[in-house]
Design a protein around this ligand. Structure first.
Ligand code: G3P
Length: 219
């Protein structure tokens, strides 16, 4: 399963990319609005750091505006992916941009029926939001199970990009269900590293080895 980082923060992306575990980046208008500087330049820098798919979202809600902004985003860098919301205009623009060879990530997906529309419109990625469904007492992971099943039934090539991940259990469950990608905030990826037995085990190994060192120096 591929791991994307869900942020527009260049420092966080650099730190995680240096570990060699990041396959791409997703952004949205809320995330980019938090970062200083020109968002286009920031997206280009992110592409140069991760060298993998980087999603940038359109702001327009009309078809012509989505097409224009989508083409501008795609022209920033070959790694750019155009993020479009699951609306009628978004699906229409997805079909048109995908036909031009531009990769599209259909976002704000909350049902299997919507995911089916994204696949039919030729989306490269579909982004179901699991955390926001959990927030309204609806099982987000159940949606991932349904989408993976439907895409497998018909061999759709659209990749399931699990978004709105809030904790490592979301990532593990997504991997167990066979989702293609999880996108998570940097803090959630950090949490994946942590286990108290790793920390205490390492402490004990190092402490025991100190005794060997001490014995060697007293010889
Ligand atoms: O980029 C979309 C996304 O992952 C949103 O996450 O935490 O705002 O629901 P969140």
């Amino acid at each position: 399963m591929k791991l994307f980082v869900d942020t527009g923060n260049i420092k966080d992306i650099e730190a995680l990319a240096s570990l060699g575990i990041i396959d791409g980046v997703t952004t949205n208008p809320s995330l980019l609005a938090k970062e200083p500087g020109d968002f286009r330049e920031n997206l280009k820098r992110i592409c140069a750091i991760v060298r993998g798919p980087v999603s940038g979202e359109v702001i327009a809600t009309d078809f012509d505006g989505m097409m224009r902004e989508g083409q501008e985003i795609a022209a920033l860098d070959p790694y750019m992916v155009v993020k479009l919301p699951l609306t009628r205009n978004g699906i229409r623009a997805c079909k048109a941009l995908s036909s031009e060879g531009i990769r599209v990530n259909v976002t704000l997906v909350f049902s299997a029926a919507q995911a089916l529309l994204a696949a039919k419109a030729g989306a490269t990625f579909v982004s179901p939001f699991v955390g926001r469904l959990d927030d309204i007492a609806t099982n987000g992971m159940e949606l991932i199970r349904e989408i993976v099943e439907i895409y497998d039934n018909y061999e759709f090539t659209t990749e399931v990009l699990v978004a709105s991940c809030r904790h490592p259990i979301h990532i593990v469950e997504a991997a167990r269900l066979g989702a293609d990608i999880c996108t998570c905030p940097p803090a959630v990826i950090d949490q994946m590293f942590n286990h108290p037995l790793t920390t205490s085990g390492l402490e004990r190994f190092l402490k025991d080895w100190e005794k060997v060192q001490a014995a060697l120096t007293t010889k």
